[in-house]
Design a protein around this ligand. Structure first.
Ligand code: SF4
Length: 299
């Protein structure tokens, strides 16, 4: 966070805003359960070097969220929850906040939900909020969102296939889901998780375990491959909606797979890869908004 943001918070007069901003700033010291030592699907289109900086624990240029940015992010979260609730109540959304992972490529994250496309098919839901200007120009899902979509598709489809191959009856599946082996397997994905003010580590783990169990049951009960992602964009100003379906694209996935292998090699060596060719200066279009540009451009 820039010093000017802290100063403007302190300068605010009145009864509410100054206190509120200080409270929102203090949330930066609270527990953060985000896992940074894996590849997150939402960063799929980011520069490889920036991903490695993050995974190796380099300090970003601004590691705190200022009060206004916190309000913007929370507004986005509220929109997600509102739209997810509508869809859950209607019945089309079979599950929200679905955990995903692909251990062979060190990927872990979660998607906004699993939608019932038909009796036999699930689609992945991703909600995005966007300003009116961007919304009016939107004719298809954004390219970076398409890359993110592919990662989710592969994570969930590989898991679905694995479950279908391994368990031929629901009884076998349920025996696995309540086994010690399954608990340990899930727990290994959340070693970073800490107890917080609201919930203990054990309670958080139990919640994760239940989410995984629900997702695995849904996947096992789905006969058709998961190869579609539905993006729902909401205009932040007018609450208008647009939706786009992104389908699995083998060629694009091969490129992404190669990118993850490249990133994982550098993480294993604890080295950062060279800057990509598109990075021409600190202020070029690739680097201008990067959180690691100070570290990256020390020459
Ligand atoms: S500053 Fe540019 S090249 Fe360096 S990590 Fe960030 S995006 Fe990549």
């Amino acid at each position: 966070m820039a010093l000017k943001d802290v100063l403007s918070t302190l300068k605010n007069e009145g009864y509410i805003i100054k206190r509120l901003d200080q409270y929102l700033l203090s949330l930066n010291d609270k527990d953060e359960d985000r896992r940074w030592d894996i590849n997150s699907p939402s960063s799929a289109s980011k520069c490889e070097r920036a991903i490695v900086y993050s995974r190796l624990g380099y300090e970003p240029d601004a590691n705190a969220i200022d009060a206004r940015t916190r309000r913007i992010l929370d507004n986005g979260t509220d929109t997600h929850e509102r739209l997810q609730k509508y869809m859950l109540d209607e019945g089309m959304l079979k599950m929200d906040e679905v955990p995903v992972f692909l251990d062979r490529l060190q990927i872990q994250g979660h998607t906004d939900g699993l939608l019932e496309l038909s009796k036999y098919e699930l689609g992945i839901l991703e909600i995005k909020t966007i300003n009116t200007n961007g919304f009016s120009k939107l004719l298809d899902a954004r390219d970076d969102h398409k890359e993110q979509a592919l990662v989710y598709m592969v994570c969930l489809e590989e898991r679905r296939k694995w479950l279908k191959d391994k368990f031929s009856t629901e009884k076998e599946l349920m025996d696995y889901l309540v086994s010690e082996e399954y608990h340990t397997f899930i727990e290994n994905h959340y070693k970073h998780m800490k107890g917080g003010n609201k919930f203990s580590r054990g309670e958080k783990l139990m919640f994760k375990y239940e989410q995984h169990m629900k997702a695995d049951r849904l996947l096992w009960n789905t006969p058709r491959p998961i190869n579609k992602m539905i993006f729902l964009y909401e205009d932040k100003n007018t609450q208008e909606l647009k939706e786009f379906t992104v389908k699995y694209d083998e060629e694009l996935w091969k490129d992404l797979e190669a990118k993850y292998e490249y990133i994982n090699e550098y993480v294993a060596k604890k080295e950062v890869p060279p800057r990509p060719d598109e990075a021409t200066s600190k202020s070029c279009s690739l680097c201008r908004w990067c959180s690691y540009k100070t570290e990256c451009w020390i020459l």
